[in-house]
Design a binder for this molecule. Structure first.
Ligand code: PEP
Ligand code: MN
Length: 338
């Protein structure tokens, strides 16, 4: 159930409503927006008489949430979520963020060169995998924590934030000091134990859509993280598997407006994994910004063709620079900045 408070509701009134909700046996999640406070009651509400909540002082309206996701649904935060990072950078809101970096951290020289380029191009987030989920057990698996430390050093040097994939619960703690945003990869979108654990962490989570996941399943996975009290969830469309073989995946651009309609969570578009082809990354990145994406995630490398992983979809640094200037034009056209 959702209880939306009036704009001028007092803290005492809000507390009284929370108490009444707890009394009927629901878990209360509170969000305090710019204009109003919304209380989501999660739990057995089927037999709760909602009318009585409407009579409580300071309440604007009450309704039952019919979707299976409660906290990830738009009604919980009608004005949309803006995830704010320690240095003030934001994902969500008017400015389109850019997350760029290699598929995998390979060496100090590689990640420092990339960090310099990310900064110079005006992006705020440096990505790079330290733990790589590879289809083949014989493929490069990533440098692990020592690699992540290199990326963190590079990010510090250039004033960037780091985004890196966490594959299992045991990696969370060692990654924490070097990671500003945990990425959950497509293969782990339904690793529910990992999601629950990330619900306990107080750092943003970038949750990628599974290759065969519906949007509803993606939102339910976001719900797992939010149910633990971590509301800083950023969703990511990275292409899904279809019968089409001319691209690695089929980039579902329509997922962007669909998710904006169903959910308040920011949505990132990843045209690198979404297409798997260097020549298709820029067109799909531009389409994603035009469709309302809150951020773009792209793989870049100074020697893209020689990247240890995902070389075919990785942009050269000059291509990334070019893309950034093109994205600025698109962002302006749709009333946003980049
Ligand atoms: C990645 O970001 O490098 C990655 C492995 O992504 P995905 O989980 O979308 O395949
Ligand atoms: Mn990759």
């Amino acid at each position: 159930m959702i209880v939306a408070m009036q704009e001028k509701a007092t803290e005492e009134q809000i507390d009284a409503v929370i108490d009444a909700m707890v009394e009927v046996g629901v878990n209360v999640h509170r969000t305090t927006g710019a204009t109003q406070t919304i209380l989501a009651g999660v739990g057995p509400t089927a037999n709760v008489e909602l009318g009585k909540f409407e009579l409580l002082a300071g309440v604007l309206y009450v309704h039952r949430i019919t979707s299976p996701y409660k906290l990830a649904g738009r009604a919980f935060r009608p004005e949309g979520t803006v995830v704010e990072f320690a240095n003030g950078a934001k994902i969500g809101g008017n400015q389109v963020a850019v997350i760029a970096g290699p598929c995998a951290i390979e060496s100090r020289a590689q990640i420092f060169a990339i960090a310099a380029s990310v900064k110079a191009a005006g992006a705020g987030f440096l990505r790079g995998g330290a733990f790589k989920p590879r289809s083949s057990p014989y493929a490069f698996q990533g440098l692990g924590i020592p690699g992540l430390k290199l990326m963190y050093e590079a990010a510090q040097e250039y004033g960037l934030l780091t985004v890196s994939e966490v594959m299992e619960i045991s990696q969370i703690e060692p990654m924490l000091p070097y990671t500003d945003c945990f990425q959950v990869g497509a293969r782990n979108m339904q690793n529910f134990n990992l999601l629950r654990e990330l619900g306990e962490v107080r750092k943003p989570v970038l949750l990628k859509r599974g290759i065969a996941a519906t949007i509803e399943e993606l939102l339910l996975s976001g719900e797992y993280i939010m149910a633990g009290g971590n509301y800083d969830v950023i969703l990511c469309e990275r292409g899904i598997r279809t019968y089409e073989t001319s691209t690695r995946n089929t980039m579902d651009i329509s997922a962007i407006p669909v998710i904006h309609k169903l959910s308040h969570l920011p949505i990132v578009a990843d045209p690198s994994h979404g297409t798997g082809r260097r020549d298709m990354v820029a067109p799909m990145a531009k389409a994603a910004v035009a469709a309302g994406a809150d951020a773009i995630l792209v793989e870049i490398h100074p020697n893209a063709d020689k990247a240890f992983s995902d070389a075919a979809q990785t942009l050269y640094l000059n291509q990334f620079e070019q893309l950034m200037s093109e994205l600025r034009v698109i962002a302006t056209a749709v009333g946003r900045t980049l």
